[in-house]
Design a binder for this molecule. Structure first.
Ligand code: G3H
Ligand code: 13P
Ligand code: ZN
Length: 330
């Protein structure tokens, strides 16, 4: 068992409190490999932002649990070497079992999500409560979820959103003891969040998706005042990246994300954590495809992973400065 404290990581309690009071959100960027981690740390150090390094169960299998533990420790030391000891959380994204959460805690995670949203309400409460009980013994913070996002989540495909029911949140939070709550208000995972027929077109012909359900968010805030809320599925799917991918052999169709203005608005509310994975995937893929297309003779991975890392860094800096408002808050 290694404590996250020995690795120099922090849990999410203090940074969420500050984010709530300061009306901004902490970025939760998913990572699977070294270049993504380096780009996240470089961007957040340069912009002086706290950050949540987020690992899905798939990412954990891909990267290996032991390697991840040292990568997280490396991230902390790397940030210091770059000149700023920013708060860094290592968080399990969409944990689906008690055993997975327990194992992550034993390997140095400072925060875990137990996603019981696909279970019945009572089963969700029971599973979440059990994880909280274990995690709090080690001062690890826990994120729960109420409501189901449309799209693919943990290999479960939901055709429609099941929006969070505000009447349930108070009971859920008090029975489980969670430290933050992910809610469903119209975001979804992946790069195809809306079908074109769900959108309207503005004067320039740009597709505008239906707005997030801020009315539900407000109702939730009323019932659990001051409580940190989490938004999953918050990539904006930048169309310039989609164009680069498709101009260089990619085949992304109807890729539509959450408009950044809406995320900016959410970040000013009780939303203290905003999850972004797909935009990073797009930035990386666009840079790799473009580089390979422009230099078909190159075969050193550094030649295309280097530009990919730069592109990721640019994206992350933009997010913390212009979308989440966490720049300068470390
Ligand atoms: O919410 C899911 C995240 O985007 C992680 O995706 O399970 O493919 O690593 P993944
Ligand atoms: P995106 O697919 O919108 O980036 O969402 C990521 C996420 O919610 C990870 O949990
Ligand atoms: Zn998610």
């Amino acid at each position: 068992m290694v404590s996250y404290k020995e690795l120099g990581l922090v849990n999410s309690r203090e940074i969420f409190k500050k984010a709530f009071e300061g009306k901004y959100a902490i970025p939760a960027f998913n990572f699977n490999n070294m270049e993504q981690m380096q780009a996240i740390i470089q961007a957040c150090v340069e912009e002086s932002s706290p950050v949540i390094l987020q690992v899905s169960s798939g990412a954990r299998k891909y990267a290996n649990q032991t390697i991840l533990r040292y990568m997280a420790q490396g991230a902390v030391e790397y940030a210091k070497e770059l000149g700023k000891n920013i708060p860094i959380v290592l968080h399990l994204d969409h944990g689906d079992t008690f055993e997975l959460c327990k194992s992550c805690i034993e390997y140095g995670f400072s925060s875990v999500m137990i996603d019981g949203s696909h279970h019945s309400y009572d089963e969700n409460v029971e599973l979440t409560r059990k994880v909280v009980e274990y995690a709090h013994k080690y001062d690890v913070t826990v994120e729960g979820e109420l409501g189901v996002l449309a799209g693919i989540e943990d290999d479960v495909v939901a055709e429609h959103h099941t929006y969070t029911q505000p009447e349930e949140v108070q009971d859920f939070v008090s029975k489980t003891g969670v430290d933050s709550l992910a809610i469903s208000i119209g975001t979804s995972h992946g790069a195809n969040k809306f079908k074109p027929e769900q959108c309207t077109r503005n004067a320039d012909g740009i597709l505008i998706p239906p707005p997030l359900r801020f009315d539900i968010l407000k109702e939730v805030e009323k019932r659990i005042p001051g409580f940190p809320i989490v938004l999953h599925g918050s990539s904006s799917v930048p169309q310039d990246l989609v164009k680069i991918i498709n101009a260089n052999g990619g085949k992304l169709k109807d890729a539509i994300g959450i408009p950044e203005e809406q995320l900016r608005e959410a970040a000013k509310s009780a939303v203290c954590k905003i999850n972004i994975d797909s935009d990073g995937r797009l930035a990386m893929t666009a840079a790799i495809r473009e580089t390979m297309n422009q230099h078909p003779e190159w075969f050193d991975p550094r030649q295309y992973l280097g530009p990919a890392r730069e592109s990721l860094k640019t994206l992350y800096k933009h997010k913390v400065v212009s979308v989440l408002g966490s720049a300068g808050k470390a």
